[in-house]
Design a protein around this ligand. Structure first.
Ligand SMILES: [Zn+2]
Length: 348
C-alpha cells in the first residue's frame, strides 16, 4: 500500500510499503480521509528520534487521523461500514496493570502510531481496534475529527487541573498544544486564560478566541503581568506547555497559594525548577502524558459548538503533496497551527 514513509532522518518518500491489514474480531477497517501533521512527526523527520524512540528503519508517519469505516469485525457492535470516525492512536494492552487501573495512556506496553517501530497512518487504509475508534457526530467534519488527537492533550490537562468554574488560568507556550490546552481550559470552566509566548503572530492567533489574552514575553514580564491581572494573588491554574527552561524557572511564581500547576510540555533536557516557590504556595502539581478516556468528551464539546478547532487548520494538502506539507511544517512558520493532509478526497 502507498504511504508516506520516513526512510531515515531528513528523507521522506511516498511509496509502496507492506503494512499489516489483518482484521481481528474486535477490529474495524478504516479508509483514511484526513491526517494532521504533528510536531512529533516533524521531529522524527528532522531529528530521527524523540528521547529513547529512535527511527532505525523506515516508518510510516501520521497519527492524527479521521476516516470512514469500511468493514467491522464479528464482535463489533457500536460501529458499521459507512460510519465516519476518528481514532485514538495509542493501543494499550487491555490486560495490563496500567489499563486495569484506568491509566492506559501510561501502559508501558502501549503501541502508538508513528512512534518507532510502529507505523503511522499516512496511507489510504488501516485496521484498528473498534474500542479506540470514535464515531464523528454528523456536524463534525473529517478535518475536525483529525484535530481531536491534539485537542485530547488539552482535554487531559484540563481534567488533571480539576478546574473550578471561574478559575483564571495561565498557559505558558502558545504552540499548537498551548492553544489546545487554553481552549480545553475555557470549555472546562475557566473564566479566562492568559497565554504567553515570544511570537506575536502565535499570540494574535490565540487571541482570536474569546477569553484568551496573549502575553508577549518580549514586551512584558509574565510574573508581573499575572500579579497585576490577579491583584497579586496569582493564577488558580498554571499549564506549562512550552517545555522551555526559561518558562519553567519561574513557573511556581505564577500560581496562587493552594493553586494547581499542570506540566504538559516535555523539556528535551532536565531543567531547573524553583521547588521552594512551589512549597511556599503548597500548590498541587499534576503531570500529563498523552490522554485517556477523553476522545468521546472532546467530540461532544466540538459537536455542541463549545470548542471550535476549524480556525486552527492553517493549510490542507493532497496525499501526493505530503512531502511538501512536511517541508512546510519543518519550517515552523509561526502562523501555522496545524497542517493537514487529505489522503482520500473521495470520502465525504
Ligand atoms: Zn499529535
Amino acid at each position: 500500500m502507498k504511504a508516506l514513509v520516513l526512510e531515515r532522518v531528513g528523507e521522506l518518500s511516498l511509496r509502496d510499503i507492506d503494512l499489516p491489514q489483518e482484521m481481528g474480531p474486535d477490529d474495524v477497517r478504516i479508509r483514511i480521509h484526513t491526517v494532521g501533521v504533528c510536531g512529533s512527526d516533524v521531529h522524527y523527520y528532522t531529528h530521527g528520534r524523540i528521547g529513547d524512540f529512535i527511527v532505525n528503519e523506515p516508518m510510516v508517519l501520521g497519527h492524527e487521523a479521521a476516516g470512514t469505516v469500511t468493514e467491522v469485525g464479528t464482535n463489533v457492535t457500536h460501529l458499521k461500514p459507512g460510519d465516519r470516525v476518528c481514532m485514538e492512536p495509542g493501543i494499550p494492552d487491555p490486560k495490563s496493570r496500567a489499563s486495569r487501573l484506568g491509566l492506559y495512556n501510561v501502559d508501558p506496553a502501549v503501541t502508538f502510531w508513528a512512534t518507532p517501530p510502529v507505523h503511522g497512518v499516512l496511507t489510504p487504509e488501516t485496521v484498528h481496534p473498534a474500542s479506540f475508534t470514535y464515531k464523528l457526530p454528523d456536524n463534525v467534519s473529517f478535518a475536525e475529527g483529525a484535530m481531536v488527537e491534539p485537542f485530547a492533550v488539552g482535554m487531559q490537562a484540563a481534567a488533571r487541573a480539576k478546574i473550578t468554574p471561574g478559575d483564571t488560568a495561565v498557559v505558558t507556550g502558545c504552540g499548537t498544544i498551548g492553544i489546545m490546552v487554553a481552549l480545553a481550559a475555557l470549555a472546562g470552566g475557566c473564566s479566562r486564560v492568559l497565554i504567553s509566548d515570544l511570537s506575536e503572530t502565535k499570540l494574535k492567533l490565540a487571541e482570536s478566541y474569546d477569553g484568551i489574552t496573549g502575553v508577549n514575553l518580549r514586551q512584558v514580564d509574565l510574573v508581573e503581568t499575572v500579579n497585576k491581572e490577579t491583584d497579586g494573588w496569582g493564577a488558580d491554574i498554571v499549564f506549562e506547555c512550552s517545555g522551555a527552561a526559561g518558562a519553567i524557572k519561574d513557573l511556581f511564581k505564577l500560581v496562587r497559594p493552594g493553586g494547581t500547576v499542570v506540566l504538559v510540555g516535555l523539556p528535551p533536557e532536565p531543567v531547573a525548577v524553583d521547588l521552594a516557590a512551589a512549597c511556599f504556595r503548597e500548590c498541587r502539581i499534576e503531570t500529563v502524558f498523552r490522554y485517556a478516556n477523553v476522545f468521546d468528551r472532546a467530540l461532544a464539546l466540538i459537536a455542541a459548538g463549545k470548542v471550535d478547532l476549524k480556525p486552527l487548520v492553517s493549510g490542507t494538502y493532497g496525499f501526493e503533496q505530503s512531502i511538501e506539507a512536511f517541508e512546510r511544517a519543518a519550517e515552523g512558520r509561526p502562523e501555522d497551527v496545524k497542517l493537514q493532509i487529505i489522503v482520500d478526497g473521495e470520502g465525504k
